[in-house]
Design a protein around this ligand. Structure first.
Ligand code: PMP
Length: 456
C-alpha cells in the first residue's frame, strides 16, 4: 500500500477535485481525506478514522456500503462481458432486465428507459427529447424550459443552466437563454411572512402563470422539478403544490420532467417520489438510487405520449441521433439489477419511510428548542436543519459567517457526516436506508452537540 504522505502529495499535485476550493486545497487549507473502505452506514479513511455517513455519499449509497451481492454481480458481469454497446438494437441480459425492472417500478403511463451514466447526462437527454418531440410535432418555437430557483439538475451546460443555484452559474456564462427560472417552493424562506402554507402555494402557482403569460405558452416546452428540492436546501413542497402546478402545466401543454435522481427507488418511503406526490410525469430522471452508486448509471424514463412521437420522428428522419458509448453499460446494469433486487428483498423502501419518520422526530427532540434552529424539515430519509440568527424574526446569518459549514465540520469531529448545503445555513441529511434507530439517535445527539459547540 502507498504511504499516506505520498498519496496526499499526489492528490495535491495531480487530482482536480470537483466542487472544491482549488486554491485552498493547493495551499493545504481544505479538507483532504482518502477513503479506504465502507460497511453499512460507515466509511473508514486511511488513517483508520471511522465515520457514520449520514449523507450516503452524495445521497446515493442507498443500500449502504459493502453489499457483496452487488459486488459479486459486478464482478460476474465484468468476467462474462465487460462491455458491449447498446446502439442499433444491441443489448445485454442485464440492461434489458433492468429496463423491465425500472418500468415495473415507474408510475403508470411510462413506456421506455434510456440509460446514461450520470444524473446530468440523463437530464441532458431529457431536454433533447423534449426538443425533438416539439420539432416532430411541427412547433419549433416551443423550446424553453422552466426550472425553479434552488432546483438542482446537474452541472453540464444545459443542466447547469437548469440548476437554480448561483454557484453553478457564476463565471460559467450560465444559464443558457432557453432556460427560465420560477419561484422556489420554499415556504420557510417566503418573502411575505404573513402567508399561510396554502397561500404560499398559490403564490408559487401565480408566479408560474405569470411567467408563462410573459414568455408565451407557445414558446415553453417543459417544466423540470425535483419532488423534494434536494441540493437547494432539502425542502419538501408546500401543501397542494404539485397538484396545482401540474394543472397549470397541463392547461398550457407544457411537458413535466420529474427529476427523481435523489428520490427514485425509495428515499421518500415510496418507490418513486412521483408516487408520493401524485405526479404524472412525461419524463423521469433517475440515477443515484438506481445502482446505489455501486456503478455509474442513470436513466430517462419516457412516457407513452412522448414515445409515440419519438417513433414517428424516426420514421420520418431515420435513427435517433443520440447515444453515449456507455449507454446501458453492462456493469452498471448488472449493479442496477442486483441493487433493485436487494431493495425488494430487504424491504428497504418501507425501511426508508419508517426510519425517516423516526429520524425526523429524533432531530426535533434533540434540536427543536434551540434558539438558532429555525426549521427542522424533511420527508422520508431526507432531512434538514436550518439555522437562523433570530428565530422569532426569522433573520438569517450572513454567508460570510459560514455557520452551516462550521456546524458540519463540528459534526465531523464527532464522527458523523452531514452536508452543509451550498446555499443558506442548512445542514442536510440523507442516510442509507439501512440506518438503524440507534444510528439515527446517534446522528441526532451528535448534531445537537455540534450545534451547541458552534452556536451555544
Ligand atoms: N438531479 C438531481 C436531483 C441531483 O441531485 C443530481 C446530483 N446531485 C443530479 C441531477 C446530477 O447528477 P450527477 O451528479 O450524477 O450528474
Amino acid at each position: 500500500m502507498l504511504r499516506n504522505d505520498m498519496l496526499e502529495k499526489w492528490d495535491r499535485d495531480s487530482f482536480f477535485h470537483p466542487s472544491t476550493h482549488l486554491a485552498e486545497f493547493a495551499r493545504g487549507n481544505a479538507p483532504q481525506r482518502v477513503i479506504r473502505t465502507g460497511q453499512g452506514c460507515h466509511i473508514e479513511d486511511r488513517d483508520g478514522t471511522r465515520l457514520l455517513d449520514a449523507f450516503a455519499g452524495l445521497y446515493c449509497v442507498n443500500v449502504g456500503y459493502g453489499r457483496t451481492d452487488i459486488a459479486d454481480a459486478i464482478a460476474e458481469q465484468a468476467r462474462e462481458l465487460a462491455y458491449y454497446h447498446a446502439y442499433v438494437g444491441h443489448g445485454t441480459e442485464a440492461s434489458i432486465t433492468l429496463a423491465q425492472m425500472v418500468l415495473d417500478r415507474a408510475p403508470e403511463g411510462m413506456s421506455k428507459v434510456y440509460f446514461g451514466q450520470s444524473g446530468s447526462d440523463a437530464n441532458e437527454t431529457n431536454i433533447k427529447l423534449v426538443w425533438y418531440y416539439n420539432n416532430i410535432l411541427g412547433r419549433p418555437e416551443k423550446k424553453k424550459i422552466i426550472s425553479r430557483w434552488r432546483g438542482y439538475h446537474g452541472s453540464g451546460l444545459m443542466t447547469g443552466s437548469l440548476t437554480g443555484l448561483e454557484l453553478f452559474h457564476k463565471k460559467f456564462d450560465l444559464p443558457l437563454a432557453q432556460v427560465i427560472h420560477t419561484e422556489a417552493p420554499y415556504y420557510y424562506r417566503r418573502d411575505d411572512l404573513d402567508l399561510s402554507e396554502e397561500q404560499f402555494t398559490d403564490h408559487c402557482v401565480a408566479e408560474l402563470e405569470a411567467l408563462i403569460e410573459r414568455e408565451g405558452a407557445d414558446t415553453i416546452a417543459a417544466f423540470i422539478g425535483e419532488p423534494v428540492l434536494g441540493t437547494g436546501g432539502i425542502v419538501p413542497p408546500p401543501a397542494g403544490y404539485w397538484d396545482k402546478m401540474q394543472a397549470v402545466l397541463k392547461e398550457h401543454d407544457i411537458l413535466l420532467i420529474v427529476d427523481e435522481v435523489v428520490t427514485g427507488f425509495g428515499r421518500l418511503g415510496t418507490m418513486m417520489g412521483s408516487d408520493h406526490y401524485g405526479l404524472k410525469p412525461d419524463l423521469i430522471t433517475i440515477a443515484k438510487g438506481l445502482t446505489s452508486a455501486y456503478a455509474p448509471l442513470s436513466g430517462s424514463i419516457v412516457g407513452e405520449k412522448m414515445w409515440k412521437v419519438l417513433e414517428k420522428g424516426t420514421d420520418e428522419n431515420g435513427p435517433i441521433g443520440h447515444g453515449w458509448t456507455y449507454s446501458a453499460h453492462p456493469i452498471g446494469a448488472a449493479a442496477g439489477v442486483a441493487n433493485l433486487k436487494l431493495i425488494d428483498e430487504l424491504n428497504l423502501v418501507q425501511a426508508a419511510g419508517d426510519t425517516g419518520a423516526y429520524f425526523q422526530n429524533a432531530l426535533k427532540d434533540a434540536l427543536g428548542n434551540h434558539a438558532k434552529v429555525g426549521e427542522i424539515r424533511g420527508e422520508g430519509l431526507m432531512a434538514a436543519v436550518e439555522f437562523v440568527a433570530d428565530r422569532d424574526n426569522r433573520t438569517f446569518f450572513d454567508a460570510s459567517e459560514k455557520v452551516g459549514p462550521r456546524v458540519a465540520a463540528a459534526l465531523l469531529e464527532h464522527g458523523v457526516i452531514g452536508r452543509a448545503m451550498p446555499q443558506g445555513d442548512i445542514l442536510g441529511f440523507a442516510p442509507p436506508f439501512c440506518m438503524t434507530r440507534e444510528e439515527a439517535d446517534e446522528v441526532a445527539g451528535k448534531t445537537a452537540k455540534a450545534v451547541a459547540s458552534v452556536l451555544g
